[in-house]
Design a protein around this ligand. Structure first.
Ligand SMILES: Nc1ncnc2c1ncn2[C@@H]1O[C@H](COP(=O)(O)OP(=O)(O)OP(=O)(O)O)[C@@H](O)[C@H]1O
Ligand SMILES: [Mg+2]
Length: 373
């Protein structure tokens, strides 16, 4: 279920077109690689079936003609996807069931080999990693958290959390010490010696999270980790993940079906449809400038006034700043609206230092919200 409106923080991120290029009309990304990205996905395809190479060649040959080749017996799960993820951000991937989200995520550490394309992690191409480098990547640098927890039922909580360290060959005393610290981090102290089946769903997912964090990875991949939880617990877990991320500053790539969850957690949100990426942007980009009806439908139920901030609707400042009561760029539109409606003139928008960085006009605000001026 969707998070309730009061969960949702107004967005504070402005879309940076240098990082995420707009989809072209056929849904493909015209992509400029950002060398600073921690994860860079470039023109990745994944075709399931007996002859993926043959289908790929057909698709490449047909790309310029625009005609759809016969892909019978195959599933093109991921189609020419490109995006960049910056270190420390939470990058959310959304899309309906079967749109290719899990396949895409599993391609990143090469749990699945992409049919085409490049995946760079810290500038290193995972396709060219040998067995040792890949093992190092999966054991030390990238961890996964799954929807159904994936815990080992016959191991105590503490041994589940220590599992990744055990695989790394870390000595028992050291791994148990680290595991206990992670258990504390996810607020499960006191449950170390219980077995997974003795824990609630939310607690089991905390164990999954602690296990992923125990190896101190740079990147955490989440495949719908909260989807199996009831709404209250789910909200609690989202809040805890936000609090945790503020402490650990990992790079998170997070799959969800739920746009409210995407808005709450995501720095950027990527929307997938039928294996393609249809739009990448901040929540405000998707809400105010949806690339298609499909994207618009995802955004329809979010409480726009709470999700959007003054920054997302302001115009840049031209000339001297207007007089009058300012609003902070991070203020939600819900709280801006009364000020803007009462103002006689343009309303100044200020940044954290108090400098005027833009203005809001009543008419443009109402237009952005699809309200009649
Ligand atoms: N191992 C596989 N072999 C064949 N087809 C597969 C395989 N894995 C996924 N697919 C197909 O690829 C497509 C994308 O599946 P994927 O699991 O990536 O979707 P998803 O967006 O994660 O869906 P959901 O939201 O239901 O988890 C689907 O049509 C699926 O049937
Ligand atoms: Mg999936």
């Amino acid at each position: 279920m969707a998070a309730t409106p009061h969960d949702i923080r107004p967005e504070t991120f402005t879309h940076d077109p240098a990082l995420h290029s707009a989809p072209t009309s056929n849904g493909a990304q015209s992509h400029n690689r950002n060398p600073a990205a921690q994860v860079s996905v470039r023109n990745v395809w994944k075709i399931f079936g007996p002859q993926p190479e043959r289908i790929m060649t057909l698709l490449e040959a047909n790309a310029s003609k625009g005609a759809a080749p016969d892909t019978a017996g195959h599933i093109v799960a991921v189609r020419n996807i490109s995006f960049d993820v910056q270190a420390g951000e939470t990058f959310v991937v959304m899309g309906l069931s079967g749109s290719g989200k899990s396949t895409l995520l599993r391609c990143l550490p090469r749990l699945i080999d992409p049919t085409r394309g490049e995946i760079l992690i810290d500038g290193q191409d995972v396709a060219h990693m040998d067995k040792h480098a890949l093992r190092d990547l999966r054991r030390h640098r990238v961890s996964m958290v799954f929807q159904h927890f994936g815990l080992l039922p016959h191991r105590r909580v503490v041994d589940n959390v220590a599992y990744g360290l055990e695989v790394q060959g870390v000595k028992r005393a050291e791994r148990l010490e680290k595991a206990r610290a992670m258990i504390e981090l996810v607020n499960l102290s006191g449950w170390e010696d219980y077995y997974p089946s003795q824990l609630s769903g939310g607690m089991q997912q905390r164990v999954g999270l602690a296990r992923a964090l125990a190896v101190d990875p740079e990147i955490l991949l989440f495949d719908e980790p909260f989807s199996a939880l009831d709404p209250l617990i789910r909200r609690e877990m989202q809040d805890e993940l936000i609090a945790l991320q503020a402490r650990v500053h990992k790079t998170l790539i997070f799959i969800t079906h739920d746009f409210a969850e995407a808005v709450k957690l995501g720095t950027h949100i990527a929307i997938m449809k039928d294996g393609e990426l249809v739009q990448v942007g901040s929540a405000a980009d998707l809400i105010l400038r949806p690339a298609s009806r499909y994207v618009e439908e995802f955004t329809q139920d979010v409480p726009k006034l709470r999700v959007l901030s003054a920054r997302s609707v302001m115009q840049p400042l031209y000339g001297p700043p207007p007089q009058g009561m300012p609003v902070a760029a991070t203020l939600s539109l819900e709280r801006c609206l009364p000020v803007v409606l009462q103002a006689q003139d343009l309303v100044p928008v200020t940044d954290a230092t108090g400098a005027v960085v833009g203005t809001i006009a009543r008419a443009s605000l109402l237009t952005a919200l699809h309200l009649n001026a």
